[in-house]
Design a protein around this ligand. Structure first.
Ligand SMILES: [Zn+2]
Length: 290
């Protein structure tokens, strides 16, 4: 038992079913046993996998959606801590793109967990890493879907929509092919993920008036200066920004320009290098930090 069950709670207030606009901070109590039961709630874990991305969404009836798997074996201990000890199924694994800090963790994961379905873009890097992973996935009969703008899926109250890329992208740069995914919990709280998408593609989506607005944004490319332009942040206009980033990483992420842009727009920021795994819970109407 931790020394206190009091936790800082972020409550996003819904006004008559319209957009969420305020973040209130307050203290509340949550029983520890809750970890093992979803109790009709959505659980979101921005996992502490060091310099990389891995975000787990667990639905009210216990379906698991994993967006990226980080750079190494740390995904196993992180997912193991977040899920009940008996859980061995990932219902949907989403590979935003092929950089190692997003995809490598899927190899150990696919050896311990049954992955029912994979989403990826059409862009594939045919290297040894991919051959090992695809071998593991084929052995367990995983369905592999190449998704594009407009594709949607509803998993137990989580509506996933791909906002990017289209079928073709005029670039051979892996980051430029990063999937942009919007996840809506019930009729309420929404989250946006964009892998390591660069500014040029961010701006293009803003100009296309893509439905980017979301309550929670996973900041692109670990807070690199090559993402998170002001126009992008304004279009998403999140109440909370999460940066998945390694402590003292060699890239200098997050860049001060990104932090300044977030600050300019008064967006609250949580960082995995500062506080480790970030666990949010939502009943779809409000969301709070465990
Ligand atoms: Zn990355």
């Amino acid at each position: 038992m931790r020394e206190s069950v009091k936790k800082i709670v972020i409550i996003i207030v819904a006004i008559a079913g319209l957009s969420f606009s305020n973040i209130l901070l307050q203290l509340t109590s949550q029983p520890q046993i809750e970890k093992f039961f979803t109790r009709g709630r959505f659980h979101i874990y921005f996992l502490n996998v060091g310099q990389g991305d891995a975000t787990l969404i667990r639905t009210p009836s216990g379906k698991n959606i994993l967006i990226d798997a980080g750079p190494d074996l740390s995904i196993l201990s992180e997912v193991g801590r977040a899920l009940p000890f008996y859980e061995r199924v990932i219902d949907l694994a989403i590979i935003t793109h092929f950089d190692q800090d997003h995809i490598l963790g899927f190899i150990p994961l696919s050896q311990r967990y049954q992955i029912r379905q994979v989403w990826k873009s059409r862009w594939t890097v045919e290297n040894d890493l991919w051959r090992i992973l695809i071998g593991n996935l084929k052995r367990q009969g995983t369905k592999i879907n190449q998704v594009k703008t407009g594709d949607t899926l509803l998993i137990d109250g989580v509506r996933l929509e791909i906002l990017y890329p289209e079928k073709q992208v005029a670039s051979n740069d892996s980051n430029s092919w990063s999937l942009v995914i919007k996840a809506q919990l019930g009729d309420g709280v929404s989250l946006l993920f964009s892998g390591d998408l660069p500014q040029a593609q961010e701006t293009m989506l803003v100009k296309q008036s893509a439905p980017l607005q979301a309550n929670i944004l996973q900041v692109g490319h670990h807070g690199s200066r090559t993402s998170s332009n002001l126009d992008w942040l304004q279009a998403v206009s999140p109440d909370l920004a999460v940066i998945s980033v390694g402590k003292d990483n060699k890239f200098g992420h997050p860049h001060f320009r990104t932090l300044r842009n977030l600050d300019l727009l008064n967006i609250k920021v949580l960082r995995t290098d500062k506080i480790g795994t970030i666990h949010l819970v939502s009943d779809s109407r409000i969301i709070w930090q465990e």
